[in-house]
Write a protein that binds this ligand. Structure first.
Ligand SMILES: Cc1cc2nc3c(=O)[nH]c(=O)nc-3n(C[C@H](O)[C@H](O)[C@H](O)COP(=O)(O)OP(=O)(O)OC[C@H]3O[C@@H](n4cnc5c(N)ncnc54)[C@H](O)[C@@H]3O)c2cc1C
Length: 456
């Protein structure tokens, strides 16, 4: 614990020329409120605020939209909340170069709207995109369903400005797609949860918006049959945006309130790929494969046909949605369990790809709404039971044991209360390297202290 006071912090922020927020309550974490809130509006002010905190040895927690503050352990100490939503500018958008530079506090929805005007797109799909900021999304570092088509967020970043623990602003990478000079230090901050530096600005390579999109939905009686159908089409190498396999609870959650999909799935918007084989979609079968394709109309229709044929040959009933309806279902699957805010319990499970169907089997009776990214072996799951178990820790330990038996790991992405369970599980082999990086980058331990793996 530092001995800093609210008065010290307010004086230091004033001297640094940084505005302070009046209300600390919205920034409470695990019942602890910060002593002060800084509201920087420029990178220079952000740097000055961090330098001021560093001078006092005050612990800083960066805040974007707050949607993912449940990720990681509660901070070991917490003096200053650094609200980055004032840094919300699009610094440069070069449509001809397919690059954009954006400040950390810009929301995913605002960036989507700005790029959409040039018919372009940054293919990341964080839940609650109207609140999730670009900085927080990078700091949290996990990918949603679009990770299948475009990889992890770190693969889209080509440059970054970050503020280190002493307030120094560092720049890495650049604003051109082909950039091979120096080390890619920006990658440290993607997924680093703000423990090694504060992301101030990021430059991304972006892509054109597709002319057309469509989603094939197929219902199966078992996860194995759905996985076999996926494996059948994966070998064709069709470019897909996402391929998600949802258990029964996940399908119910993803389609809840989605007027395009009344039960059973037979709305006018949904075209049966083969009317004879469509019977039963959405009722007695319990596993839904949702595969999304985008691109030129001819390649989308080729993908839809191939997926539908493979699903039907494995006993699945298939139908498809296109354009706005397809995108609406994709948004709902990306938001799985997060529609109304962070769920009481959300976990990310990673297993070897070959064990994907087996891990869904583990989850089938586990009161979790779960969606497997089939070609990545990553499951996003949110609590779907009526009430959380009294002993969430034992529930989670048991889940970790079963997943470890398949060679996988479980990370808790959200839970209520935030200090109720161990979010990370045992640190793996690379932990000593991480500890060394933390010592070098943040020797005073003022940046989100204690939140990362192993209490870093
Ligand atoms: C189901 C699911 C799907 C997801 N899909 C995707 C996806 O497709 N693509 C993707 O990229 N991410 C995805 N995410 C993660 C996504 O990163 C979060 O939704 C996002 O982080 C929320 O941003 P926020 O502004 O609310 O961050 P906050 O909750 O405010 O912050 C998150 C963490 O980052 C720290 N932080 C905030 N801003 C900064 C900053 N500027 N610099 C350093 N540290 C900072 C905070 O202190 C906190 O520890 C997904 C998450 C889930 C659970």
């Amino acid at each position: 614990m530092s001995n800093v006071t609210a008065a010290d912090l307010h004086r230091a922020l004033q001297d640094a020329g940084v505005a302070a927020g009046a209300d600390t309550a919205p920034y409470a974490l695990a019942g602890a409120e910060p002593l002060a809130v800084a509201l920087p509006a420029t990178v220079e002010e952000l740097s000055a605020a961090v330098a001021a905190a560093s001078g006092l040895g005050a612990a800083v927690v960066p805040w974007g939209g707050g949607t993912r503050q449940g990720l990681g352990a509660p901070p070991a100490s917490y003096d200053l909340a650094l609200d980055l939503r004032g840094l919300d500018r699009i610094v440069a958008h070069e449509p001809a170069d397919l690059t954009v530079t954006v400040q950390a506090g810009c929301t995913a929805v605002a960036l989507r709207a700005a790029l959409g005007r040039a018919w372009q797109w940054l293919p990341m799909d964080p839940p609650l995109p109207d609140r999730a900021t670009i900085g927080g999304t990078l700091a949290a570092g996990s990918a949603g369903p679009l990770g299948t088509g475009f990889g992890l967020p770190r693969e889209m970043v080509i440059g970054m400005r970050a503020v280190l623990a002493d307030g120094t602003v560092v720049k890495s990478g650049g604003n051109v797609v082909k950039n091979v000079t120096g080390f890619a230090l920006d990658r440290l901050h993607v997924g680093g949860l703000g423990t090694l530096g504060i992301i101030a600005e990021a430059t991304f390579k972006i892509v054109p918006l597709p002319q057309k999109e469509a989603t094939v939905i197929a219902a199966f009686a078992s996860a194995e049959a759905a996985a076999a159908a996926s494996a059948g089409v994966a070998s064709l190498g069709l470019p897909m945006l996402s391929i998600e396999l949802l258990n029964e609870a996940a399908w119910a959650k993803a389609t809840e309130g989605l007027s395009i999909l009344p039960e059973p799935v037979s709305a006018a918007a949904v075209q049966p790929v083969n009317p004879d084989a469509q019977e039963g979609l959405g009722d007695e079968r319990t596993w839904h494969l949702v595969a999304r394709a985008a691109g030129r109309p001819v390649s989308v229709s080729r993908s839809v046909d191939a997926w539908a044929a493979a699903c039907q040959s494995h006993g699945g009933a298939a139908a498809w949605l296109q354009d706005a309806e397809s995108a609406a279902l994709a948004g709902s699957v990306a938001d799985l369990g997060w529609h109304d805010g962070p769920p009481d319990l959300a976990v990310r499970i990673s297993v070897p790809m070959s064990r994907g169907a087996a891990v869904l089997g583990v989850l089938a009776d586990a009161r979790l709404a779960a969606s497997l990214s089939v070609t990545r072996g990553v499951v996003r799951a949110a609590w779907a039971g009526d009430a959380m178990p009294d002993d969430a820790s034992s529930y989670l330990n048991e889940l970790r044991e079963r997943v470890a038996g398949l060679g996988g790991t479980v990370v808790v992405e959200s839970r209520t209360p935030i200090d109720s369970v161990d979010p990370w599980g045992p640190p793996g082999d690379g932990f000593e390297v991480m500890r060394g990086l933390k010592e070098q980058y943040d020797p005073q331990r003022i940046l989100n202290p204690g939140r990362f793996l192993g209490g870093l």
